[in-house]
Design a protein around this ligand. Structure first.
Ligand code: GRF
Length: 188
């Protein structure tokens, strides 16, 4: 199966997927990495890995719909089987989500349905959670609410900081995303 991966920044989850493919741990191909931010650090890694990269800057579009329309055209030019959101920090319009029904996947740094949205690690600590983690899920119109594919858990420690907890979760994310994609690919 062909993947198109969307990023906005660091791209460490994208890297973990690319590395899993290179290590023959995931039977897939990354057709392109697309960023909405021209200076996303992850673009460099993708280029160095001989993966096609594209930038589509949302700032050049008058509306979300206009950006999403162009993004769809760009993604479809690579004919992917799955569109993988990996730290892509844009909310996608209903038309976009519908166009990629059952093909659009996201990773969210919480144990959904807990802590949808931003600042998940801080909120988990403030809520006194004993467990936290990350979720790979299908994207539906409602933010961070689509069917769960796989989750990974970490403990929340006494006197945990947002940074320490985020780092603990991220280590798990890097295993979780390849694992979830493998599961999905094996089932289809
Ligand atoms: C990850 O924590 C991911 O769960 C969240 O944004 C972060 C992206 O990190 N959606 P990276 O760009 O993959 O390094």
């Amino acid at each position: 199966p062909k993947l198109v991966i969307l990023i906005s920044g660091r791209g460490s989850n994208m890297q973990s997927i690319v590395k899993a493919i290179q290590a023959n741990e995931l039977d897939a191909e990354v057709a392109a990495v697309i960023s909405n931010c021209p200076n996303a650090a992850g673009l460099k890694f993708a280029q160095q890995s001989d993966i096609a990269t594209r930038t589509l800057d949302h700032k050049n579009f008058a509306s979300r719909e206009a950006f999403d329309e162009q993004l769809m055209k760009l993604i479809d030019s690579f004919t992917p089987d799955y569109v993988v959101l990996a730290g892509f920090m844009r909310i996608l319009s209903a038309g976009f989500v519908k166009h990629y029904a059952n093909k659009l996947i996201n990773i969210h740094p919480s144990l959904l349905p807990k802590f949808k949205g931003m600042h998940t690690h801080k909120r988990a600590i403030e809520a006194g959670e004993k467990e936290h983690g990350a979720t790979v899920h299908f994207v539906t119109e409602e933010l961070d609410a689509g069917p769960v594919i796989l989750q990974a858990k970490v403990p929340v420690l006494e006197n945990d900081t947002e940074e320490a907890l985020a780092a603990r979760v991220l280590i798990e994310e890097h295993k979780l995303y390849p694992d979830a994609l493998r599961l999905l690919i094996q089932q289809n």
